[in-house]
Write a protein that binds this ligand. Structure first.
Ligand SMILES: *[C@@H]1O[C@H](CO)[C@@H](O)[C@H](O)[C@H]1NC(C)=O
Ligand SMILES: *[C@@H]1O[C@H](CO)[C@@H](O)[C@H](O)[C@H]1NC(C)=O
Length: 652
């Protein structure tokens, strides 16, 4: 190497002496390039392959920061940002829903009525007004109305009942709760345990009849009807919000998690803007019409899609409930040009029978997170969609990434050439506990390409992309923070998701920590096994988990699989899995379920299934099977077989 440098220096001097200064510059560049090509071939290869991707993303990143800076300077909150958009095109459709079209002006007017009603109720800066409201165009308008008064709005998951619902209302310390009238009985069920100071209102989805407002208050102690109050109250005159400015709190959004009660994550105006513009500047346009069949109480629907309308002026099509068979027909009906997906939706859509409507739409781009690598190409081809933006980011976290160039299966990338621009990283962890593995100085270590590790985002307060606001519950927030990462005293948000980067820096999802179990000395990834099963079983819902078997080390794989019509062929499944999975990863037990309990994000409830295990006494309506290793078939598992397995008389 020293020889090479000396040789290059000598050559440069020779050129200078014979040809003058300009030639020398040209020659040095040439020599430097030659040097790099010869001694760092691999680096050059990576640089050539990834520079266009990195530059494109850098431009988007600058646009995002630029937009955020503009709002920060004006110290605007969402209602102020929205007002600016309304001024530009008051009559453009903002939301479409069933047969309703709401213009930007109409959405703002509705929000101004809400401001007036809540002000009359004494709501002011710092109060909390919870919404347990179904998807409809009024929902964002309701929270915009609150935000204008500086009130924070928790968006409560409408699937919740009983204790979880009570917890969501209490953990946010709601002063007011507004609920869609169909949740009346859910509220009645917990009414005794609600704080007596909590003011309740019910909300009815119907057009406002402002000319002949009905009486809002029923007789006696019935709950007042917000819709009637909105009809009876003229919109507040428009003013800038009286809130805590751009960095102030806007919403609480609950993360479901597979264990424990929901946690309320804090969404500031800053973070709202960052998440929505983050997706927008990658490939969407202001003229796009976006189809969003997702619940508006999650980040995906409520922030990323709705934000396209509120901040960027796109038209967003809302839907009461996701329907796989209606997805593309709806896109055609509403003339959508972009569509949003999450989690397993794509698999459900792909499982619908082929139809001419598959390609009779104008959707050029789909965006979301959870499009599985196994169905990526098939999905795009069948539905004739050009681009995908697959992104990844935890609601409560600060680590966001996106796959900007459509590389199949990747959920984002890390620049290999200039990693410092965007301080996220993958660090080595113990795959079972999820704890970082530290070096002799007590610091974390970066994972090598192709080595799985946990995804982290460095925390820098007051930078919208790097801030970590965590949950309302401070103790829960601290659990997601890791200290002394790359230097003593620094901090990072630890996502709990295991990712792996390839040589070019593309990131692939592996697992959530805790989603691996050990069996026969091997680590089994539940995500991988689930994907394999779903693929060979016609994209059915399958959930994989490890169960304890007495006197056997590790956990045996068990798979809950849905079979609503009795068409699941277990012999064929066993054969297909023997072909596709290593022996240790094949599920030892099967639980065939007639129906399935899904959480709001379409994830099956693993923890409950895991608790019930393979004991027939604990599993009520479902059929159990175990894998007979010799026969390579699944055999029915009743009380007898259960006893024998426990005693070790049947070897598994
Ligand atoms: C924004 O407004 C809030 C509330 O009025 C204030 O506390 C904050 O200091 C302001 N921030 C800036 C940057 O002006
Ligand atoms: C399984 O994971 C553990 C904990 O991360 C690790 O120590 C072990 O080497 C892994 N085993 C295999 C076979 O990969």
């Amino acid at each position: 190497m020293i020889l090479a440098v000396v040789a290059i220096a000598a050559a440069c001097i020779a050129v200078w002496l014979s040809h003058g200064f300009l030639y020398t510059v040209a020659a040095s560049i040439l020599f430097a390039a030659l040097y790099a090509a010869v001694f760092h071939t691999r680096w050059c290869y990576v640089a050539v392959k990834t520079t266009p991707r990195d530059l494109r993303a850098l431009i988007s990143y600058i646009q995002i920061l630029w937009t955020a800076r503009k709002f920060a300077k004006r110290n605007w909150t969402l209602p102020d940002i929205f007002h600016d958009v309304v001024q530009r095109h008051p009559d453009k459709p903002c939301f479409m829903f069933q047969d309703e079209v709401w213009t930007f002006k109409e959405v703002e007017d509705f929000s101004l009525r809400m401001t007036a009603v809540m002000r009359a109720q004494g709501i002011k800066k710092g109060n909390v007004v919870g919404l347990l409201v179904n998807n409809c165009p009024q929902l964002p308008a309701l929270w915009l109305g609150n935000a204008r008064l500086g009130a924070v709005t928790p968006l409560i998951n409408t699937n919740q009942r009983g204790n979880a619902l009570l917890h969501s209302i209490n953990v946010a310390a709601c002063d007011v709760l507004i609920f869609s009238e169909e949740y009346n009985s859910a509220i009645q069920d917990i009414s005794k345990e609600l704080s007596p100071s909590l003011k309740l209102f019910k909300f009815t989805h119907r057009p406002l009849q402002t000319s002949s407002p009905k009486q809002a208050l029923g007789s006696g102690d019935t709950i007042p009807d917000l819709t009637c109050l909105l009809e009876a109250t003229p919109p507040a005159p428009w003013t800038l919000a009286d809130a805590d400015g751009f960095h102030g709190k806007l919403l609480y959004i609950y993360t479901s998690g597979t264990t424990g009660l929901p946690k309320a994550a804090v969404i500031s105006n800053t973070r709202y803007v960052f998440m929505a513009t983050g997706i927008h500047f990658l490939r969407l346009k202001k003229s796009d019409r976006i189809y969003c069949p997702l619940p508006l109480y999650h980040t995906a629907g409520g922030v990323i899609s709705v934000g396209q309308a509120l901040i960027l002026g796109c038209t967003v099509v809302l839907k009461a409930k996701f329907s796989a068979s209606q997805y593309f027909p709806d896109c055609a009906k509403y003339k959508a040009t972009a569509a949003h997906y999450i989690g397993e939706m794509c698999r459900y859509i792909l499982a619908t029978p082929p139809s001419p409507t598959d390609t009779q739409h104008n959707v050029r781009i789909i965006f979301g997170n959870g499009l599985r690598p196994q169905i990526w190409t098939e999905f795009l081809k069948r539905f004739n969609v050009k681009h995908v933006i697959e992104f990844y980011g935890a609601t409560e976290g600060n680590a966001n990434i996106a796959n900007t160039d459509g590389t199949p299966g990747a959920i984002g990338f890390l620049s290999r050439i200039i990693p410092a621009v965007y301080p996220i990283a993958i660090i080595k962890v113990d795959q079972e506990t999820g704890e970082p593995i530290r070096n002799s100085q007590g610091l974390c270590q970066l994972a090598e390409p192709d080595e799985p590790g946990v995804f982290i985002g460095k925390i820098t307060p007051n930078n919208p992309s790097r801030e970590y606001l965590g949950y309302v519950d401070k103790a829960a927030s601290q659990k997601k923070v890791v200290k002394d990462v790359f230097a003593h005293g620094d901090q990072a948000f630890i996502s709990g998701d295991i990712l792996v980067a390839d040589e070019l820096g593309y990131l692939y999802f592996r697992d959530r920590t805790g989603d691996t179990f050990r069996w026969r000395g091997e680590n089994v990834s539940t995500t991988e096994v689930e994907a394999a099963i779903s693929r060979v079983a016609d994209h059915r819902d399958a959930v994989v988990y490890g169960v304890l078997v007495p006197n056997i080390e590790g956990r045996a794989g068990m798979c809950g699989i849905v079979d609503t019509d009795g068409s699941l062929d277990l012999d064929q499944l066993a054969r297909a899995l023997a072909r596709d999975l290593p022996a240790y990863a094949r599920p030892v037990f099967l639980r065939v379920m007639g129906s399935v309990d899904l959480t709001g994000t379409f994830k099956m409830k693993k923890t409950d299934l895991q608790k019930e295990g393979f004991d027939p006494a604990q599993v009520n309506n479902d059929k159990l099977y175990y894998l007979d290793g010799k026969l390579g078939r699944y055999l029915p598992l009743g009380t007898d077989e259960y006893e024998k397995i426990v005693k070790g008389e049947i070897r598994i």
